[in-house]
Design a protein around this ligand. Sequence first.
Ligand code: CTP
Length: 443
Amino acid sequence: MTRRRILLKKLPVRFLRLLRQIGQLADSQGLPLHLVGGVVRDQLLKRRNWDLDLTVDGDGPAFARVVARNLHAGVVVYDRFATARLTLPDGTKIDIASTRRESYAEPAALPDVQPASLAEDLYRRDFTINAMALRLNAEQWGELYDPYGGERDLRARKLRVLHDRSFIDDPTRIFRAVRFAQRFGFRFEHATARLLEEAARSNQIARLSGPRLRNEILLLLAEPNPSRTVAELVRLNLLRFLHPRLRFGKGVAQVMERVPMAIGWWTRSFTPPLIETGVAMLMALLHESTMAVVDGVISRLMLSGEQAQKVRWAGRPLCSIARRLASAKLISPSSLHRLLIGLPNETHLLVLAQAMAEKDRAGLARTKKRLKVFVTQLRSHKPLLRGRDLMEIGLKSGPRLGKVLGLVADAQLDGLIKTKPQALVLARRLARNIHDGSSLNHR
Ligand code: CTP
């Protein structure tokens, strides 16, 4: 049977060249080689996806070592899963696996794997649209292998599981189902919808480890239209797995919808913010929750220390910062600096998204202006004086020194002093007037 050939148009030329090289190496070893999974789906949908997942009918890790030698790549082998990851000198990553079948000792556990045919390898996957393969050997280059009707389902815009136990074996697929349905605007095929609802009602997700659940939630929240995605989680009553008291009201939805706009404004105004979109969205989702709920979610998802620190801001009165930024009352540069410095970028975006959700255009304009002043002028503020300078003029380290330093920095931010000699004159004056425990302010 001749199979349809796919042109791999959406891959950059350097990837095509690379795949041809690897295809030739597979030929030289007599191994059938395929590109599999999401990248095949996305080729057919004409979407970008540069995740190169390859399978060989044979020893994947051994073949990966051959490829690594020939392409001067680094290789890490995960024997338990019969997979290997190559890192090429330019940083490109490629996964190579043996075609395999998986069995689950118990639901939600990581699978045990045994060698199997490509058809079986595809059958263990989540949805038909993700269970297609493209041949990479030279003679059959680009041939589509689609034993379960993935292309048909892509055309019909349907998500269909391959077997009835799919969501039970791997409950992360419940979130993947929601994520793909939203991303592509697909519906669930009839039986899949029923299985999904059954799986959502069961408690399988509770058995997932924190990192696995975190990975799914952050991926899901990083998709476009996260508020629609979360609404679908609510329909399936899945938020309970993050925290039983987590609620998704109109206010939260409105702010979530505006986070991408806030990121867009930020990117147009400055450079793209260094943020984790999923974390920013999680903060938006939690911003009306109590600290107890926020902490509960942080520990259930086993967020990293840095992520947890950011997300904890969601439980604080960010509204009061948003209100001050939007208010018509004057804010001095030093107060603005104090208000915003030390907050993670995700918090700035969240405050902006909150302002965007309000129907106060003047307030939004003020918020944007103040954020601009902060980012372009105040954030990288370099103080004229350091503690050392104050010690040189006779101050001892301690709270008094800290207070003088802070007040001098404020005066500099507010444009009252511009040079180091001016700063030292002010510091001396302040030092004379401030005694330990005093609350004297120079303004
Ligand atoms: N897969 C699966 N079940 C999972 C995770 C992955 O069957 N729980 C399979 C699917 O065939 C999937 C492939 O492994 O296409 C690669 O997984 P991943 O890279 O997570 O997904 P993609 O489909 O590439 O999705 P995305 O576009 O979001 O990266």
